[in-house]
Design a protein around this ligand. Structure first.
Ligand code: GLU
Length: 282
């Protein structure tokens, strides 16, 4: 059957994606997420896309990307070609950033992590974002400077313009969420002209993704993603944040057998069926 190029979904068609970053070898947690997306796409008669999230040029490596194709192929997954590689689409992210800039929502920031730590240290009640980092104290907001800068979203203005943030979470229903808990997030880095948040919402929209199925560790980031979708006029996908694979003691994959890269499990003689079973996908 002929496929339309990715990004042109047919009306009513469900589109799922697995979007790993080639910063290391895939482990069981990735296998779970990839297989779950694949299974849900199959069951819905929908499409399954693979996207390589490689904008972090310092960490992404070709051998990890090659290993992703190899490991997912071994697991029995099939995905559409061509695979979208984010590093080839900085122009798309620049376009979205320009729109936000035209709305007066971005400002350049030259602070390092150390600068932020110094500005907020000793302030016991200083708020932290859901990942545990101190909220940006706004040092560069409204200032003019020179030299390489990251771009931050002026969260207060963005929330005022974007309106109430809500999303549909599978098995939960509608979630109302305030993105302000993240503060003025970075949307373009000093060294990379994009960030995970802007790239993920632009790509999900361009690829016609209808269902974002990913780990629970990205649940809170959805607050930012929905705000960006509202500001940029992008469609709202359905979300399902799945539990993370835990080790035998119920700990997040630490240095246990389960944190072994898939390729090592394979070398030890594990089969794709074993991986499905250990990941809890039977
Ligand atoms: N690239 C992200 C990761 O590997 C996942 C992004 C997403 O699914 O939204 O953690």
């Amino acid at each position: 059957m002929d496929r339309e190029p990715s990004g042109s979904p047919r009306a009513g068609e469900r589109v799922f994606r697995f979007a790993p970053s080639p910063n290391g070898y895939l482990h069981l947690g990735h296998a779970y997420s990839a297989l779950l997306n694949f299974d849900l796409a199959r069951r819905a008669g929908g499409r399954f896309l693979l996207r390589i999230e490689d904008i972090d040029r310092g960490r992404a490596r070709p051998e990890y990307e090659r290993a992703i194709y190899e490991d997912l192929g071994w697991l029995g997954l099939e995905w559409e070609e061509p695979v979208r590689r984010q590093s080839e689409h900085f122009g798309d992210y620049a376009g979205a950033l320009a729109k936000l800039d035209a709305l007066g929502l971005l400002y350049p920031c030259r602070c390092s992590r150390g600068d932020i730590a110094r500005a907020t240290q000793g302030r016991a009640d200083w708020p932290h974002d859901p990942d545990g980092a101190p909220l940006y104290p706004g040092t560069c907001r409204g200032t003019v400077g020179q030299g390489p800068a990251s771009l931050r979203l002026d969260m207060a203005k963005a929330v005022a313009l974007g309106g109430g943030v809500r999303w549909r979470e599978a098995e939960v229903g509608e979630v109302a969420a305030d993105p302000s808990v993240w503060g003025d997030v970075i949307l373009a880095r000093k060294d990379v002209p994009a960030s995970y948040h802007i790239a993920v919402v632009v790509d999900d929209a361009l690829q016609g993704v209808t269902d974002v199925v990913r780990g629970r560790d990205l649940y809170e980031a959805t607050r930012i993603h929905r705000l960006l979708q509202l500001l940029l006029g992008l469609p709202e996908p359905r979300y399902r944040h799945h539990a993370l694979v835990r080790d035998e003691e119920g700990k997040k994959l630490a240095k246990s057998r389960l944190s072994k890269p898939l390729r090592e499990l394979r070398a030890d003689g594990a089969t794709p069926a074993d991986v499905r079973r250990i990941a809890g996908l039977d």
